[in-house]
Design a protein around this ligand. Structure first.
Ligand code: UDP
Length: 338
């Protein structure tokens, strides 16, 4: 499809990682709000069929020439920066991959933004920048001490953003996600990772019999049922937060960071129980060993995003998250088996 680029009103937004899980939801939200999302993705983990709300430009954030071409063509008013590798375990085994793609790639992107005078960025950061929490819920003031190269790479980018604001006036908002989950309520896009490591899609695979069971990584944590507690936040709510952050950058120029979570924790066992209810399937479990680096409890204090961005998660309930994820999962599995 040919899109009319909208350089006159400044509504073109470059979305790195726009063919990915969270990026594609953000493209949908941008389009619905009247922006033209330009998805820039190297398809290493993304899927071109998830690009449905604007033009697709294949490219890598490490490729400054390609970034020049795309920025020249669309003259984006802002960048929403989702592109990045996100596997914690892999980051421990292959740190160079995370520093090169996440850190060097973001540096290359920021340099291109400075060259093309693109002065606004919303960045996908993570609660992994806090490391093992000293207290829960975790507020934005909590010290940032990542415990793996993935978290370290994201924290380094937050620091680069601070410096590029001072030097080149690139105003930015870092959004620190807790556990992104769910799928588009209308079923247009959702999670499709290879390999899949995340709890909810693995549970849904077990519900479908694609995997024999779900392995619970430890049931001896200091939590009421012994399994880890996480703050699952609906991906459509994350997408909304990006729009609100963009609006904030358009109306006031201060850079900032916000946590994005519901403020309510859910244990692995509770997620499995809710999934049994939503899918109507038994879902076999196996108790495995702890996964290295998993804290007992990660729950967000998200008042700041509510107060300053006006963000209010619409789909806070784990059952709604699972309903949307299940609908997407069934659809995706049927398409793949054709
Ligand atoms: N988890 C689990 N079994 C799995 C995958 C994940 O018990 O097969 C647990 C994991 O230990 C963590 C929670 O589920 O406590 C969420 O893990 P996920 O990988 O989805 O997200 P993360 O918290 O690592 O970002």
């Amino acid at each position: 499809m040919e899109y009319v680029t909208n350089t006159i009103t400044g509504k073109n937004i470059l979305v790195t990682g726009g063919a990915g899980y969270i990026g594609s939801h953000a493209c949908k939200a941008l389009r619905q709000a009247g922006y033209l999302p330009v998805a820039f993705d190297n398809l290493s983990y993304g899927h071109s069929d998830l690009v449905q709300w604007g033009p697709f430009e294949e490219g890598d954030i490490n490729d400054s020439k390609r970034l020049d071409v795309v920025m020249e063509k669309y003259q984006p008013a802002a960048v929403l920066h989702f592109a990045g590798f996100t596997y914690v375990g892999e980051s421990v085994l292959k740190p160079e991959k995370y520093y090169r793609n996440n850190v060097v790639g973001s540096l290359t992107l920021l340099e291109a933004m400075a060259r093309h005078r693109v002065s606004k960025m919303v960045f996908s950061s993570t609660c992994a920048t806090y490391g093992v929490p000293l207290s829960v819920p975790i507020s934005e003031e909590h010290p940032q001490n990542p415990v793996n190269p993935y978290g370290e790479s994201k924290l380094t980018i937050e620091k680069m953003l601070r410096d590029f604001d001072v030097a080149y006036g690139i105003k930015n908002i870092s959004l620190r996600y807790f556990n992104a989950a769910g799928a588009d309520p209308e079923g247009a896009t959702g999670e499709d990772h290879t390999p899949e490591t995340h709890l909810i899609p693995l549970i849904l695979d077990a519900a479908l019999g694609i995997r024999p069971q779900i392995t619970i990584y430890g049931n001896d944590y200091a939590t009421p049922d012994g399994t880890c507690i996480r703050d699952y936040i609906h991906v459509a709510d994350l997408a909304d937060a990006h729009l609100l952050a963009l609006n904030k950058l358009e109306s006031d120029s201060a850079s900032a960071a916000y946590n994005l979570g519901t403020g309510t924790g859910c244990s692995v066992q509770e997620v499995i129980d809710a999934a049994r209810e939503i899918t109507g399937k038994k879902i076999a479990i196996e108790i495995g060993t702890r996964r290295p680096g998993d804290p007992d409890r990660l729950v967000s204090e998200s008042r700041k995003a509510g107060d300053e961005l006006g963000w209010k998660p619409q789909y806070g309930d784990i059952k709604t998250i699972l309903q949307h994820a299940w609908k997407w999962h069934l659809q995706k599995t049927t398409e793949k088996s054709r």
